[in-house]
Design a protein around this ligand. Structure first.
Ligand code: 3HC
Ligand code: NAI
Length: 695
């Protein structure tokens, strides 16, 4: 009979094994906490039990508190209460850690008297990524185990470490090469037999290490995390270990945890956690769809994107053929790839041997025939529909049956590309972002004929490549660039109405972006947009005039800003201001001072409006998918949750009303709220109401 309880209890030869079974990741939900409490009480009371092992089923130990309970009324026992029971237990307890012990999971293990792990274990306190501090003793016990100066960065950065590193640091007492449970039993029985007083971290203030070392670590954390309240709160909590009694410091930690839980930034980060996972559910896709095997890739076009995409495959251990039409172009592309790796080696982030292994996986070839052996072909040639159709027509003849045929197009119609083949079911978009070897986002563009199997293959491949794949529908610019176009149009328009490039940029930096739109364009080069506008017959008077004046951005020493002397940070240029004023006058647009609030709203709200249209058209399946696109492809500040989450916190009615007011004031019809947004505003609905997947 299957035991449905989330916490199992069995005693053999004097050892009670408490086993947590709460799939998929053994999160510490209310029933688990209750079961754990009961089991510890039972083991404490049972005279047949000499020692206790806490273990877990499945591929993780305990992934932490149950994040889906956050923000709801807490159900007792709380995790600190469970951990207090562990701490008070008179019998030795060992944690048997197979897989991830994260957050509350590591806190449970830290309250045990020793920790034994399998080599695949991963340990960490990632609460800071949810805008929180560890809330069940982690900020007090970890410093008392490995020293405050070592413990602080682990929790303030939230990075997980592997078992070998944890053993080295002294977080683990032993590594089990073979049977984890047997090793844990042996360890705990040895503790019981020794009969020594049980090692309790609460008593080990002597291990905190020198206060000066902690303060130096704190200063480094605060410097890196200037605007990160949770990282700063980790510093306060660890500092309390030096200044308060253990009990008082635990109370302080808990209060800090509960306070941060109410912070809007933590709520947004929790939304991000679930939104990123929800993208895996593809509408209309049976969950058991089997992806195809991918063992060899080909990339067509060794330009900016093609070279980067080839590196992405090589970095993930997948051999890749990089294809060009001419030897010179191929040589240039391969040189650029080698140059990028060389910079990583120089910086110390890539070992020379690993660089060599990666380079060995990239084979350069001239001629499309070289794609014949590939399981996936990613086309990254010029953004030209006819050229792409021609290439897909040839690939249809060359590629092996069942190969995934993907285009990296930024804007073009995937269906028009797919129709150039006799196998449109295998064709889709795999839209990487620049630089491809760095940016996490992958828009997987589903064509009208794309099969579930092809889609599942691309999504799985994306994950294997270390990307965050988001399935989107086919339309001009897909999700990310389509919304960006609305922002860019307003950025240009604001200049014409009286704002300066630095005022526009400063507004978005104040909002939380690392860079404003104009500094960004200067970095990427103004010619990219110029070429696209020429190809599509569009104009942007200021940007076009800058291009005509040779102000192509940082690489030209001049763009929206001046970069004299090769400066990386631009300075405002009076010549740009004059140019803008001249164009405003020519177009008869009255200039006025524009406040930061208006600038911010006119950049962000049209994106939210476009997001609503994207949802209504079924281009994105969920508002959260749009957020994930912007978080991973365009550096939207994570603590603001993404554009749709942000829009939802303001309410569709507010966004629509402001857009309508700006449309009036600026006489700019493009600012009028769309029918989709207006409907939400009128009916008081959330963005999810627009999603095609909404019931
Ligand atoms: N609570 C609730 N659900 C969780 C969860 C958690 N802590 N961790 C994972 N899940 C869910 C996911 O939402 C997902 O659900 P879905 O299948 O319905 O989408 C499912 O478990 C599987 O998760 P992943 O897709 O992330 O699985 P992976 O195998 O890729 O990764 C993992 C596993 C490394 C454990 C990863 O899930 C993870 O990092 N989890 C979060 C860890 C974390 O942040 N813990 C700290 C929580 S806060 C805390 O403990 C407070 C304490 O100090 C008091
Ligand atoms: P690029 O101009 O740097 O490179 C294109 C390469 O394709 C050139 O090296 C060219 O020689 C090669 N090429 C042309 N015809 C070919 C053929 N028939 N066979 C083999 N190779 C051929 O262009 P970039 O910037 O790399 O863009 C490529 C694609 O990626 C475009 O569709 C673009 O829209 C898209 N994209 C570009 C991004 C960017 O930031 N540059 C971001 C995301 C997508």
């Amino acid at each position: 009979m299957v035991d449905a309880r989330p916490v199992g209890f069995a005693v053999t030869e004097g050892v009670a094994v408490i086993r947590i079974a709460n799939p998929p990741v053994n999160a510490l939900s209310a029933p688990v906490r209750a079961g754990l409490s009961e089991a510890i009480a039972q083991a404490s009371a049972d005279p047949a039990v000499r020692a206790i092992v806490i273990a877990a089923e499945g591929r993780t130990f305990i992934a932490g508190a149950d994040i889906s309970e956050f923000g709801k009324t807490p159900v007792p026992p709380t995790l600190p209460q469970v951990i207090a029971t562990l701490d008070a237990c008179p019998k030795p307890i060992v944690a048997a850690i197979g897989g991830a012990a994260l957050g509350g999971g590591l806190e449970v293990a830290l309250a045990c008297h020793a920790r034994v792990a399998s080599p695949n274990a991963k340990l960490g306190l990632p609460e800071v990524k949810l805008g929180l501090v560890p809330g069940a003793g982690g900020t007090q016990r970890l410093p008392r185990l490995i020293g405050a100066a070592q413990a602080l960065p682990l929790m303030a950065e939230g990075t997980a470490i592997n078992a070998a590193e944890a053993l080295r640091l002294g977080i683990l007492d032993a590594m089990a090469e073979g049977d984890l449970l047997a090793a844990a039993r042996q360890h705990v029985l040895a503790l019981a037999e020794a009969g020594d007083p049980l090692p309790r971290l609460r008593d080990r203030w002597d291990r905190l290490g020198p206060r000066e070392a902690f303060e130096a670590a704190a200063a480094a954390v605060l410097k890196r995390a200037a605007d990160h309240p949770a990282a700063a709160a980790c510093v306060d909590c660890v500092r309390a270990a030096f200044e308060k009694s253990f009990e008082e410091a635990l109370t302080f930690e808990r209060e800090t945890f509960l306070r941060l839980m109410q912070d809007e930034r933590s709520k947004a980060l929790r939304h991000v956690f679930f939104a990123e996972r929800a993208t895996a559910q593809i509408p209309g896709q049976p969950r058991d769809t089997q992806p195809r095997r991918i063992e060899h890739a080909a990339v067509v076009g060794a330009g900016t994107m093609g070279g980067g995409i080839a590196m992405v495959f090589a970095n993930a251990g997948i051999p890749v053929t990089l294809i060009e039409t001419h030897q010179e172009a191929l040589g240039r592309g391969l040189e650029r790839v080698a140059g990028t790796y060389a910079i990583s080696v120089q910086r110390g982030s890539l070992a020379p041997e690993e660089r060599d292994r990666r380079l060995a996986r990239i084979e350069g070839r001239v001629g499309l025939e070289a794609a014949a052996t590939a399981d996936v072909v990613v086309e990254a040639v010029f953004e030209d529909l006819e050229l792409k159709r021609e290439i897909f027509g040839s690939l249809d003849r060359i590629a092996k049956p069942g190969a995934l045929l993907a285009s990296n197009t930024s804007y073009l119609d995937i269906d028009a590309i797919a129709q150039a083949t006799a196998r449109p079911g295998d064709v889709l978009g795999m839209h990487f972002f620049s630089p491809a070897n760095v940016m996490k986002l992958l828009e997987v563009v589903r064509g009208a004929a794309t099969t579930s199997e092809a889609l599942a293959t691309a999504v799985e491949l994306g994950k294997r490549l270390g990307k965050v794949p988001v399935v989107v529908g086919s339309c001009h610019g897909f999700v990310g660039n389509r919304m960006l176009a609305r922002r860019s149009a307003q950025a240009e328009r604001l200049l014409l109405e009286g704002a300066s490039p630095e005022e526009v940029d400063a507004a978005l930096v104040a909002f939380g972006f690392r860079m404003g739109p104009f500094a960004m364009i200067d970095l990427a080069g103004l010619d990219i947009g110029w070429r696209t506008r020429k190809a599509t017959g569009k104009t942007a008077p200021v940007a076009d005039a800058l291009c005509e004046a040779g102000r192509l951005g940082q690489k030209a020493g001049r763009g929206y800003y001046d970069y004299a002397g090769g400066a990386r940070q631009g300075t405002p240029d009076p010549a740009v201001q004059q140019l803008i004023e001249r164009i405003s006058a020519q177009l008869g647009i009255p200039r006025r001072a524009i406040g930061r609030e208006e600038i911010t709203e006119r950049l962000i709200f049209p994106m939210i409006d476009e997001g609503a249209r994207i949802l209504e058209e079924g281009i994105a399946a969920r508002p959260g998918d749009i957020d994930v696109v912007w978080l991973n492809g365009y550096s939207w500040p994570a603590w603001r949750g993404g554009p749709m989450y942000y829009g939802a916190t303001l309410g569709a009615a507010h966004v629509a009303q402001r857009l309508a007011a700006y449309a009036e004031r600026s006489d700019d019809e493009s600012l009028r709220p769309s029918a989709a947004l207006s409907r939400l505003a009128r009916e008081g609905l959330g963005f999810e109401a627009l999603a095609r997947t909404a019931a």
